[in-house]
Design a protein around this ligand. Sequence first.
Ligand SMILES: Cc1cc2nc3c(=O)[nH]c(=O)nc-3n(C[C@H](O)[C@H](O)[C@H](O)COP(=O)(O)OP(=O)(O)OC[C@H]3O[C@@H](n4cnc5c(N)ncnc54)[C@H](O)[C@@H]3O)c2cc1C
Length: 288
Amino acid sequence: MSEAFEFDVVVVGHGIAGLCAAVSAMERGKKVAVLERAPEDDSGGCTRYTEAYLRLKSEDELSDDFEEILAQCGVSSASPNIVQAMAQAPEQWSGVVRSSAVTDPDFIATFARETIPTIQWLKDKGIRFIATHLPHITLRDHTPMIVPSGGGLAMQEALLASAVKGGVSFFYETAARGLMQDAQGKITGVEAVSRNNRPMQFHAGSVVLACGGFEGNPEMLARYMGQAPPISARSRRDAISTWEMASRWRKPPARRSAVTTTPITPPRSTSAPGAPRPRCWCFHTASW
Ligand SMILES: Cc1cc2nc3c(=O)[nH]c(=O)nc-3n(C[C@H](O)[C@H](O)[C@H](O)COP(=O)(O)OP(=O)(O)OC[C@H]3O[C@@H](n4cnc5c(N)ncnc54)[C@H](O)[C@@H]3O)c2cc1C
């Protein structure tokens, strides 16, 4: 028998995407739950380990090539016909368009429009950004960038503090297994299991899947990228990802994207200055 819970919004994943969604919904007065398959002290997937270089000239200005680079990252074979067809509503995209390696122009425009307001919103949570001219290890140029002081982990900690203060409920060691739907196919919540394999049901009007990528999942890497070895050990918990859950609900756009791997430095935290810094690998997917 499943244990059942009721929320307005259920967020799956405790990385930067999930925490931003949870705090944002909380600020709009919603009753929010965050499900995270990892234990509390190991939550946060890639976010915990990223330096989080951002391609901005300053907190107030995008780099000149911000949109251009995003578009380039998602294109491996751009046909003008496909780019033109993407101007239609996504529901009207043909299978060929859906399966093309082209980043949705709406996604890029939204990203460009919302980045500066989002930086300001993050600053309100106590996150500080600093400019850096150090070359990023994956980039050929020396574009000025900004980074959050303390990297991704510092952002995670600041957002977590806001969420806890605002009454968001956290369920650690709780893995989402699938989406719940009514007879019309409308999503009504999330099915999950706790550490002891106890089934749980989270009923909610809105569900946000923010479970990261599948760079730690050899089977999915082989299936979707044709590449078997796991790239980021940090994502080993993504045994079932956003992609998998959403694809069971509705046919997803089968997109590939630019991928790079990078040897990286490990987590830095404002609260753990002496933390060990093991090595792992970075995996960038620009248009999933
Ligand atoms: C080493 C490294 C360096 C990077 N450097 C940069 C950089 O400089 N600039 C940049 O922009 N990006 C960088 N990135 C990429 C960036 O870190 C990620 O794109 C970003 O952190 C992804 O955030 P997310 O919230 O989507 O996913 P994640 O941070 O991966 O969080 C996903 C969470 O979901 C949880 N989860 C997964 N499946 C389930 C489930 N079924 N049920 C419940 N919970 C689940 C996971 O445990 C995890 O906590 C880097 C990544 C790495 C690994």
